[in-house]
Design a binder for this molecule. Structure first.
Ligand SMILES: Cc1cc2nc3c(=O)[nH]c(=O)nc-3n(C[C@H](O)[C@H](O)[C@H](O)COP(=O)(O)OP(=O)(O)OC[C@H]3O[C@@H](n4cnc5c(N)ncnc54)[C@H](O)[C@@H]3O)c2cc1C
Length: 101
């Protein structure tokens, strides 16, 4: 699914999302066999509610702003400063893909 479904639009880092999509797709396939219902109509909402979905939305939103503002001289230094600040304030992120579950 990864690249075909959409990955990190900011830096193009697609390996983590590809693995996370695989995990979500496996879960959806298991549920489909349990329910004997193979339309996968709920997959989009399953994705949106997942950690991967939130990760992709944040990346998409940040990319959208960054690409629109990229021509302004003050913007790149500001975004580096903001990134450093957020990195200093944030706890380490969750793993996108967890081999145990
Ligand atoms: C040069 C380069 C460097 C990169 N560096 C990084 C990096 O440092 N970090 C990072 O996170 N990401 C990086 N990426 C992106 C990352 O490689 C991709 O986002 C990731 O591999 C996507 O995985 P995927 O499973 O979605 O697709 P793919 O890995 O492209 O797998 C799709 C597979 O489907 C097969 N396929 C296609 N059509 C069909 C068909 N009709 N029938 C059967 N099989 C088919 C293809 O042959 C392929 O094997 C890089 C990409 C490139 C090109």
């Amino acid at each position: 699914m990864g690249d075909a479904a959409g990955v990190d639009s900011l830096f193009g880092e697609g390996i983590g999302p590809a693995l996370a999509y695989g995990q979500l797709a496996a879960k959806a396939i298991c549920q489909a066999f349990q329910r004997k219902e193979f339309s996968f109509v709920n997959f989009r909402s399953m994705l949106e509610k997942s950690y991967l979905g939130r990760y992709l939305m944040i990346r998409w939103f940040t990319a959208e702003i960054s690409y629109r503002m990229a021509g302004r001289a003050w913007f790149p230094p500001f975004i580096w400063w903001l990134g450093k600040l957020l990195a200093a304030l944030s706890p380490p992120p969750d793993r996108l893909f967890s081999p145990q579950s």
